[in-house]
Design a protein around this ligand. Sequence first.
Ligand code: SF4
Length: 376
Amino acid sequence: MAGLYLHIPFCKQACHYCNFHFSTSLKMKDEMVAAICRELLLQKNYLEGETLETIYFGGGTPSLLSQQDLDLIFGEIFKHYPISAQPLEVTLEANPDDLTGLKINELRQTPVNRLSIGVQSFSEEDLRFMNRAHNASEALGCVQDAQSAGFENLSIDLIYGSPTTSHEQWAENLETVFKLKIPHLSCYCLTVEPKTALAHMIKKGQAKPVDDEHGARQFEFLMEKTAVAGYEHYEISNLALPGHYSRHNTSYWQGKKYLGVGPSAHSFDGKSRQWNVANNAQYIRSLQAGELLFEIETLTLVQRYNEYVMTGLRTKWGCSLLKIRGLGFEAEFSEGAKQFLQDGTMERDGDIFRLTQAGRFLADGIAAELFAESEN
Ligand code: SF4
């Protein structure tokens, strides 16, 4: 079973911290939808007949698609891709300012059955600092409206660690989540990516720098509060009430195949990774000519091992020594893991090595220490 990701590269305005691929001009939206449909046709054999169990519209801002756009894309998907027998999980990322009552009702008429809403914060000051297109009342209202319309399978994104997010505000954001009984959370620490507006503003002294310690304290508070509220911390950035894991993202972490469609989208077939050109005009032109414009890399054993360690350690499922042995890196991994078992950032349960709560603060650093540089 496999996943399908569709990248919708348009946004109303640029959030100050964002380094994803998107354009704020919607002029080419119709051509883009046609190009995506064309790519769906051209790539119909990529998954070698494996059935789809999840579809995920990410971006960018997929909630900028009209119902007609979605009908065209779904029409193409259902024409060319076999669907798994178990119910499909169909997620659409949506921004609060797009989720009017009308839009939510339109989405209910489509196969979309899970919304991932880019709330980020319920505080006006945070949202202004991030240059989000929505305000605090839209953040709250859209979740309530989506729930009233029958979207029970909801996820929201939250950002912590912003200089504008006081401890009280972070606590209030989490209280709001618990009151609304939102079953899935994706929580990210604000990071300053190079070449973003935020990086520029900090350099010019127009914005306060981001403090790692402040972010770490809010991450700790997140883990404490969500555990008490019954959420399972199943991946470093993802928490869910029982039965509400993101099946799509879990498939990525478990190394299943997926096809990514749209500019900058990545695909993985078990052996190689490929990524589409990250330029809207070039993507459209190539598809109009019936060609796919992408780069491809066949993963070496070292890359497969390093990726497995990187993603495995971020999840509650951890890394299996058996699997690592199969890749030929048991000795390196066991040797490298010793120090983390000793200092309490990692624990072992039979064949499985996973991070402890203390280790979750250091996940990327621990994984990097365990990486291999060459094959044995
Ligand atoms: S809406 Fe999402 S993709 Fe668009 S600029 Fe903001 S963070 Fe980036």
